[in-house]
Design a protein around this ligand. Structure first.
Ligand code: UDP
Ligand code: UDP
Length: 473
């Protein structure tokens, strides 16, 4: 039978690439008619990220899945120091290369893109093949973006005036009104909105389908809102496929992997809190000291993933070479039997371990899905992007997380220092056994597993997606 070749292009970030590779694998398992060519971009200013991406690829030995590395731009000195605008430039730079590769593929049947690479659907159009966008955040946040875009484009609403003068927004994808203070800067920052997000969102209305890393039992309200008439403007929406959770199952071949798991093996059930802020989170020294004191004062066991802030604006966090110099004097000795501080963990494996009973998290969507899958409650500590919105969603709408109370400066531009006492309280609460939150997380965890089993909501949706892709219709 003639093979259909899918071109898959995702941003080279942890929260996108590992899940995208997993999605490609699942598609290939489902249909032997398909093959996937995965185009990999390199972010020249992120050497540690590049190594992690390389690990994902080298640990993936799957028939009919090939990787091709796109050329690395030689000089990015004049590119933006904002990560989002930088990736825009990288995607634009790659357009001609993608075009050239696509022209050589026999049996090209479609493009799978993610949010940062959405604009490459223009290339798919040139080749008259369908494109699909894999959305790696919540359906609720997707609804927010679409709604704001339709307010501006179809109702001529001055969205900045609206955001400036309102306390909260009524959004079709949220049950409750959403406080303006939790909206992501890609919406509230005029430059980021007009130079990036506004255009990207217009691209989300064009593909053949939107693949969402969520499941209907978790986000029924948001998903239902997409099928209701007119909630998102006249332009309409492509078919939506909630097929999650698609998890980061990459082999994160890190040196300390077995050491971490062995350490967890020696801890009692539900006794350890994982403290981790995704692939991009980092803190300055004052905050590091408060976290250390908060953990120590809580008296609980901990596994703390700590990295140092980027050396340059717009750069990426790196691992500390010498933790002794960063942590309070004597901290490592005093906590040697109850804690571990490390630069990176195999997160899904850690959350799956029975010793882990709570997760202080930045609320990146992938971390949320992983914690749900493993039934581990979160204490929310959002840092950037749509994480505050996710935290609101988890705590206020779903009731499956406890909140670490955060203070912001008056202009709401940045968080004030989070004090040891606030952290201690969050850790105690999230590890507290028998509370309602833990019970609800366990319930939704079971639902997440049922969703991807034979006959489950995501499973059925995924079969539908693959059948549609294979039919080329
Ligand atoms: N699964 C899936 N998508 C994923 C990972 C897993 O559909 O990204 C399905 C998998 O095919 C199986 C179920 O989820 O039917 C349970 O997976 P697994 O046994 O690996 O879960 P574990 O309990 O080991 O985390
Ligand atoms: N991750 C990991 N080890 C770490 C930190 C992060 O494996 O020490 C993985 C995590 O499991 C998740 C991804 O990196 O799959 C981060 O995605 P998320 O959406 O949570 O946050 P982002 O990094 O995009 O802010």
């Amino acid at each position: 039978m003639e093979k259909s070749v899918l071109l898959f292009i995702a941003a080279p970030y942890m929260g996108h690439l590992a899940q995208s590779v997993q999605l490609a694998k699942l598609m290939l398992e489902k249909s032997n008619q398909l093959s996937v060519l995965f185009l990999v971009m390199k972010v020249p200013v992120d050497p540690e990220g590049t190594i992690k991406v390389q690990n994902i690829i080298s640990g993936c030995n799957v028939e009919r899945l090939r990787f091709h590395h796109l050329p690395t731009p030689v000089n990015t000195d004049n590119w933006s120091s904002n990560k989002g605008l930088f990736i825009n430039q990288l995607v634009e730079y790659q357009k001609p290369h993608v075009r050239e590769i696509a022209s050589k593929i026999k049996g090209l049947s479609g493009f799978i893109l993610d949010v940062p690479t959405s604009t490459l659907s223009d290339v798919a159009e040139e080749f008259r093949v369908p494109s699909y966008i894999f959305f790696t955040s919540s359906a609720a946040s997707f609804g927010l973006m679409l709604h704001v875009q339709s307010l501006q484009d179809e109702h001529n609403q001055d969205t900045f005036e609206l955001l400036k003068t309102s306390q909260e927004l009524i959004l079709p994808s949220f049950v409750q009104p959403v406080p303006i203070t939790v909206l992501p800067t890609v919406i509230t920052d005029k430059l980021l909105w007009s130079s990036r997000m506004h255009k990207l969102i217009q691209y989300w209305r064009k593909p053949k389908g939107l693949i969402m890393n969520t499941f209907s039992e978790l986000e029924d309200f948001a998903l239902d809102s997409f099928v209701k008439d007119s909630a998102y403007g006249k332009t309409g929406l492509p078919r939506i496929y909630p097929i999650g959770p698609v998890l980061n199952r990459s082999e994160t071949k890190i040196k300390s992997h077995s050491e971490i798991i062995e350490w967890l093996d020696n801890q009692p059930p539900n006794s350890v809190v994982l403290v981790s802020f995704g692939s991009l989170g980092s803190f300055d020294l004052d905050q590091v000291k408060e976290i250390a004191s908060g953990l120590e004062q809580s008296g609980h066991r901990f596994l703390w993933v700590l990295r140092r802030p980027p050396a340059e604006k717009g750069g990426f966090p790196r691992e500390y070479e010498n933790l002794e110099l960063v942590l309070p004097k004597g901290f490592l000795d005093r906590t040697a039997f109850i804690g571990k501080v490390i630069g990176w963990v195999p997160q899904l494996a850690v959350l799956s371990h029975s010793a882990v009973g709570g997760f202080v998290s930045h609320c990146g969507w992938n971390s949320i899905l992983e914690s749900i899958w493993c039934g581990v409650p979160i204490a929310t500590w959002p840092l950037a992007a749509e994480q505050q919105l996710n935290a609101f969603h988890l705590v206020k709408e779903l009731g499956i997380a406890v909140e670490i109370s955060l203070d912001y400066n008056e202009a709401k531009e940045h968080q004030e220092l989070v004090r040891a006492e606030q952290i201690e309280k969050g850790v105690r609460e999230v590890l507290g056994s028998g509370n309602d939150v833990r019970k609800r997380v366990k319930e939704i965890s079971e639902k997440s597993r049922a969703a991807v089993q034979d006959g489950g909501s995501s499973h059925l949706c995924f079969e539908n997606l693959v059948t549609t892709i294979c039919s080329g219709s």
